[in-house]
Every structure is written in structure tokens, then in C-alpha cells.
Design a protein around this ligand. Sequence first.
Ligand SMILES: C[S@@+](CC[C@H](N)C(=O)[O-])C[C@H]1O[C@@H](n2cnc3c(N)ncnc32)[C@H](O)[C@@H]1O
Length: 221
Amino acid sequence: MSEIITGALSHSGIAQNAAAYYSARVREFGPTPQGADWNSKESQALRFDQLLQVVDQSKSFALLDYGCGYGALLEHIHGKGCNCAYTGFDVSAAMLEHGRTAHGNDPRVCWTNDHDALCPADYVVASGIFNVKQDTPSSAWHAYALELLEHIDGLAVRGFAFNMLTSYSDPDRMRNDLYYADPGVIFDYCVRNFSNQVTLAHGNGLFEFTVLVRKDPGDDS
Ligand SMILES: C[S@@+](CC[C@H](N)C(=O)[O-])C[C@H]1O[C@@H](n2cnc3c(N)ncnc32)[C@H](O)[C@@H]1O
């Protein structure tokens, strides 16, 4: 399998760099939170719980995990007993290999690095894909992030959710290789471009914020 995605992203060079970065992480640390660049299993799970608030879990649903890593979210969902058809999409072939190895026989699960082959799902979630910009200038990374959000929006039928590092992080703890987004700017972009049902959750102790974008028609009764 090719290491990188090809296709419509105009910022595909950035995605290639991300693939190389995360493939190296998972080769070094294996299919673990550290392998996905998280500090702990607890913080990884906290992010999942926050993102899954966009999902109506009382019904069966199709979920696209955009930047799925080695598939930790799938294990998290299984632990909750949700009725879910899951697609894991990632730029890193090394990450996907771990997902396939662990869940390759499940008929309700598929894994892909083919950006152009993705089909719309009820919900799309993206945990951690906007964080590590490496040496990409922040302005270019911001444009890339908005392009990814447009792509995610086009794939999400009922809603989507994502997280980003916050520009309100403690200055002495901020790093040059990470991207810190202005939550107000991202909230405004989502309301103007995607849906007026947008929830911004800031201050979870992780120097991040989570955005939930719902598209379900409101109750007009
Ligand atoms: C911080 S890791 C998190 C993985 C997983 N979401 C989790 O929480 O365990 C980010 C993942 O997103 C993937 N990724 C980064 N940019 C991407 C992009 N543009 N498209 C698809 N996957 C991407 C990386 O390869 C990596 O596996």
C-alpha cells in the first residue's frame, strides 16, 4: 500500500509530512496512545467521549473516523456497546496496518487511506489531526485545516466533531511544531459555512477545544 494519500487535497504535501510523522510514531511505540502521539489512554478516551457527543447513540449509525490512527476509537465504541458501522481513514499506512490486524475480520469495519474513495457517513469525527504542523507555517496550516474541515463537512450527513489545540494555552508550554487555533475563529467559520448548530467546548484541561457540528433538522413542531 502507498504510504501517502493522493488526490484532491491541494495541501497534499502537508498530508504527506503528517503520514511520515505518524508512521514513525507508531513504528516506535506500536498501537498505543504514545504511538498516536497522546500522553495517556485516559486523555485519548476523554477526547473520544467529547467527540462522540455529536452522535445519537440510541440508534445504529455509520461513523467515519477521519485520522483514525490504529483504531483506538473503534475499541472505545465497542466498549460502549454502540451499534455502529465504522470506517477508519488515515494518511499513515503503518497506522492502518495495526487497525486491520486487530479488526480485519469484522464485516462492519473497513480501513482506507484512499481520500477519494471515502463515502458519506452519518457522523465524522477527527481527533488529533490538526495538532502537529511540524515546520509548516501557521498560516499555511490554518488554510490546510479549513480545507480538511470542508472535506469532513462534505462527508458528514448528520454531523461531525473535531478537536484542536487552543491558542489560549499557557505561552510557556506552547511549542513551535504544534498548531494552536483560535477557538472563536474556528467557531465562526463552522457557523458561517457548515451549520448554525455548533457547540464549542473549551477548557477540558487538555489545552484543547472540541467543536460539535450538528446538521439534524431541528424540531419545528
Ligand atoms: C494524534 S493521531 C490520533 C489518532 C486517533 N484519532 C486517536 O485519537 O487515537 C492523528 C492521526 O491522524 C492522522 N492524520 C493526520 N492528518 C491526516 C489527514 N490529513 N488525513 C487523514 N489522516 C490524518 C495521522 O496519521 C494520525 O494517525
